[in-house]
Design a protein around this ligand. Structure first.
Ligand SMILES: Cc1cc2nc3c(=O)[nH]c(=O)nc-3n(C[C@H](O)[C@H](O)[C@H](O)COP(=O)(O)OP(=O)(O)OC[C@H]3O[C@@H](n4cnc5c(N)ncnc54)[C@H](O)[C@@H]3O)c2cc1C
Length: 401
């Protein structure tokens, strides 16, 4: 494959990249997506979708088919300590038609986004193709060089969008600082247990002694479990061997102890998530915009990453069309978008830091005060506002009719 010329070259076919691609091709723009992976399987990726993201995918006609491929609806988020429910956020009371959390395999969402993009002639998807170089001159980005088995395509574009995730290559190629912030005290070790009995209707943070654990049902047949551990301590813990780790995990979740012992047989059953926040030093350069995790990375607490990635795409779509019309893709042109989005993103990061400290900390003082504080806080108007932001993000962002 040789040279391609397009309006927009999107690097990364995750939730941010494919949502943006669909919006742009629906509006008549030409789009090329470079995606490193050959498949749509994204194991240990975001599965919990908040109401705000559901509403946007629904407006795009993506939600129902994605859900028909399989997924679970949940009513509430709970913090449970020694069998006592300290926080019980019931999504059914939220306004609008999406009063629920969804556990939806990312594959189902990406498959549907890609199928819809594929209906447009203006759409080109280069799967199994990684971005390896930015094209351009005088500091302006003008395209991307890819690398794939079938050759090294070059894509020239009015604007390049880096949607290639938390370790963004595009961001690195542009020399933009990732803005990593080690503001969370816990990393997460993910694994799956077989699901038996009725499918749970809640996402839970479960504190039963030992490290807090996050659980939710994962379609089709597992319970996704995240065992939290002190940030940066995995290597030291793993040196004690998988048997010791397994016992610590089993102690942290007594009702599942037997299942944990039967299911975790090797370190390969465990996947570590290095939890950090990221806020790239620049989100736009001349000819380049970063969106989703490549611009800002989040902790899994509160399930914000997909919501925010999709909202970035929807918010940027109209700005990009305008930029194409005016033949202006300067960083300055994108400044209002960046300013607005940063405000929301910073607020979400502050909420996540607060959630993490309140729900996952293991200090004695926190342990003693948590039940009382949780009881008081969950009755305040501030709590309702925070809940609303977690569920919807920026409500003003809407898919154009
Ligand atoms: C273990 C884990 C659990 C999570 N749980 C949740 C959750 O429950 N709910 C939630 O909302 N969020 C969750 N998140 C976060 C969520 O997955 C991300 O925020 C979201 O996927 C970001 O979307 P994105 O499109 O910006 O990036 P990504 O989903 O990371 O997509 C980036 C894409 O770019 C591709 N790519 C990378 N490099 C290149 C390259 N050089 N060239 C071409 N393509 C490239 C990748 O293959 C990928 O397809 C979780 C994250 C992790 C890691």
């Amino acid at each position: 494959m040789a040279d391609l010329t397009t309006d927009f070259c999107i690097v990364g076919g995750g939730p941010a990249g494919l949502t943006l691609a669909l919006l742009l091709v629906r509006s008549g723009a030409r789009v090329v997506v470079l995606e490193r992976s050959r498949s749509l399987d994204r194991d240990y990726r975001g599965e919990i979708l908040q109401p705000g993201g559901q509403a946007l995918l629904d407006a795009l006609g993506v939600l129902d088919p994605a859900l028909a491929a399989g997924g679970y609806a949940m009513d509430r988020f709970q913090l449970v300590e020694h069998g006592r429910t300290l926080i019980d956020a019931d999504y059914r009371g939220l306004p609008g038609p999406f009063g629920r959390l969804l556990s939806l395999p990312q594959r189902h969402v990406l498959e549907e986004l890609l199928a819809q993009c594929g209906k447009f002639e203006e759409f080109v998807h280069l799967g199994g193709c990684r971005a390896v170089r930015l094209l351009g001159s005088g500091g302006r980005v003008e395209g991307v060089e890819g690398d794939r088995a079938a050759g090294s395509p070059t894509v020239h574009a009015h604007c390049v969008i880096g949607a290639d995730g938390r370790y963004s290559k595009v961001r690195r190629l542009a020399g933009i600082e990732a803005g990593r912030l080690d503001v969370f005290d816990q990393d997460v070790l993910w694994f799956r247990l077989p699901l038996s009995g009725p499918v749970p209707r809640e996402v839970r943070i479960f504190r039963a002694g030992g490290n807090p654990v996050i659980t939710y049902p994962s379609y089709p047949d597992s319970l996704q479990v995240g065992w939290t551990l002190p940030h940066g301590r995995y290597r030291a813990l793993a040196e004690a061997g998988v048997g010791e780790l397994r016992e610590r995990i089993a102690r942290a979740m007594p009702p599942y102890a037997d299942l944990v012992r039967a299911s975790i047989t090797s370190a390969r059953d465990l996947t570590l998530l290095d939890v950090f926040a990221g806020d790239a030093a620049e989100w736009a350069r001349d000819g380049l915009v970063l969106i989703g995790d490549s611009a800002h990375t989040h902790s899994p607490i509160g399930a914000q990453g997909i919501n925010l990635a999709i909202q970035d795409a929807v918010a940027l779509h109209g700005v990009l069309l305008d930029s194409l019309r005016r033949r202006d893709a300067t960083a300055r042109f994108f400044e209002p978008y960046v300013r607005d989005r940063r405000r929301t993103i910073n607020r979400i990061t502050r909420i996540q830091i607060m959630q993490s400290k309140a729900m996952l900390s293991t200090g004695r003082l926190g342990g003693a005060l948590r039940p009382r504080i949780a009881g008081l806080v969950s009755r305040t108007p501030a709590y309702r506002r925070v809940f609303d932001t977690i569920a919807f993000g920026d409500r003003t962002i809407q898919v154009p009719g």
